[in-house]
Structure formats: C-alpha cells, structure tokens
Design a protein around this ligand. Structure first.
Ligand SMILES: [Zn+2]
Length: 278
C-alpha cells in the first residue's frame, strides 16, 4: 500500500512536470511566433505593425554592427577583422534601407514618433503669433539652421548621452533663438516627448530630410510648406539635453538611424556652417 501510494505520487509529480514544460513551451511559441512573422510575413497587407518591428530590429542590428566596427578599430584589431566587420555592417545597412522605405510606405510617419507627440498635445506654445519681421533670411536657396551659434558636438562624436554615436550637429545658442528651415520643403512631422524633445522634420525636394530638435516652441505644422530661412520655431532645452542648443540632423529617410554627416551636406549646398556665424 505504502509503495503503491509512493508510485502514484511519483507519477503525479511527473505529470505535473510534463504539464509545466508543455505550458512553458506553449508560452514560448506564443511570444516568439508574432515577432518572427514580423520580419517578413506581416510587412504588408494584414494591417499589423510588423513593419515597425522589422524596421526597429534592422536599425538595432545596424547600430550593433557599427559599434562592433568601432570596437575593433579602437582595439587596433587586425585589418582583415575590421574589413569583415565593415562588410557585415554594409550588408545590414542595405537591409536597413529596404526596411526603412518599407516602413515609410506602410506608415507615412516617422518610426521615431513618441505617442505623446500625436493629436496636437505637444506644448508648442501659441502658434498663431506670426514671427516678427526680420526673422526670415531669404537671401540664399540654402542657409544655416540658426544664427549666432557656436558649433559644439559634431556628427559621429561620442558622448554619454548617445547610445553609440551622435547622429547630428549641435549648434549652441541661447534658448529662444530663431531656428530656420535650411532649405525649401514641406514639414513632414512635428513631435515631442522623446529624447529629441520638441522637434520638426522637414522633407526637401532633393529627397533628404532635416531635423531640428530640443525646440522651446514650434511655429509650423505637419504639411506646412516652408522656404529657405523661414523661421520654424525657437531653440530650447526640451528633451535630453545638458544645456540650450539646436540639434540639427540630415537624414536619407524620415527615420532615426538614417542620418548623414550634416556639415558636408550643407557645404554641398554652398553653406559653410563652420565659418564665423553672422
Ligand atoms: Zn545633438
């Protein structure tokens, strides 16, 4: 009797363990299948946000590959190892670009948008007040994004505030300094609430996007057509900053992770931002 009871107990314990295992496996399936499907299956058609997952995963993979190249360079690794890592990064970058374009087609919105920036809840101040006369600088087809600045953190600089490298150029100015569209274009988005604070994203005719971040005030709305040198807002300290400045970024797509070096890009537009600011 005693032995029989013991055996039954063992069988029961085994069954419980089996059930627990099966439950864990089912949970694993439940959590991994949608994420896996997002990498290709749900990119189009089914109305899910799979493209967003795929795009952010591609951005992350590329950032990691870039960090690996940086690490190897710093460690003075063998040139072949650096070359291999760089080749891997380039492959990931072309995948990233495909993903970013797919994401743009699917959303029409920047992936980086923080939900708090939607529905006009941003504390942008009174947008109805027209900019004071003299705020516009229409003399050239392209211009610097602000005036009277000091160049601080540059593109690809390293710092504790950025996960990897700085993605834009910082222009140190006092809070409340006018910020201008560097060229003609259309306001693609105005958002707030993430590390960039209040920000404006402009799409230009040449296919590039410029971003103006940490603003204290925004004077334009999504869809506003702007001219070169038109005031779009005022500089400030919103978002993740240590002092007042304008973070200016040039991107090949609306999305974070697709930035290019902004000062050479401006130079190609005959704007030398390193010259003494007027
Ligand atoms: Zn910055």
């Amino acid at each position: 009797m005693g032995r029989e009871h013991h055996a039954r107990l063992r069988a029961a314990t085994g069954a419980t363990a089996f059930l627990a295992l099966a439950f864990a496996f089912a949970l694993l399936l439940l959590t991994s299948v949608p994420a896996g499907a997002g990498s290709d299956g749900s990119d189009r058609g089914d109305g899910s946000d799979g493209w967003r997952t795929a795009a952010s995963r591609a951005v992350r993979a590329h950032e990691q590959a870039r960090a690996q190249v940086d690490r190897l360079r710093e460690a003075d690794a063998r040139p072949t190892r650096i070359k291999d890592a760089e080749r891997r990064r380039k492959t990931l970058r072309s995948d990233l670009w495909d993903r970013l374009w797919a994401a743009e087609r699917a959303s029409g919105d920047p992936v980086a948008v923080d939900p708090s920036g939607r529905d006009g809840h941003c504390p942008f101040g009174n947008r109805s007040r027209p900019p004071a006369t003299g705020d516009e600088q229409r003399t050239r087809p392209w211009t610097t994004p602000t005036r009277g600045y000091r160049l601080t953190a540059g593109y690809a600089a390293k710092g504790s505030r950025w996960a990897h490298r700085h993605t834009g150029q910082d222009f140190a100015v006092d809070s409340g300094t006018p910020v201008y569209a560097v060229g003609a274009g259309t306001v693609h988005a105005t958002t707030c609430g993430d590390g960039f604070g209040n920000q404006v994203l402009i799409r230009h005719g040449d296919g590039y996007f410029t971003q103006y971040a940490h603003l204290s005030r925004i004077d334009v709305r999504k869809g506003t057509r702007v001219t070169a040198g038109q005031r779009i807002g005022l500089s400030g300290t919103s978002g993740n900053v240590t002092g007042p400045h304008l973070h200016f970024e040039v991107r090949i797509t609306p999305y974070i992770g697709s930035a290019v070096a902004p000062l050479p890009w401006l130079r190609r537009k005959a704007v030398d931002a390193t010259a003494a600011a007027p």
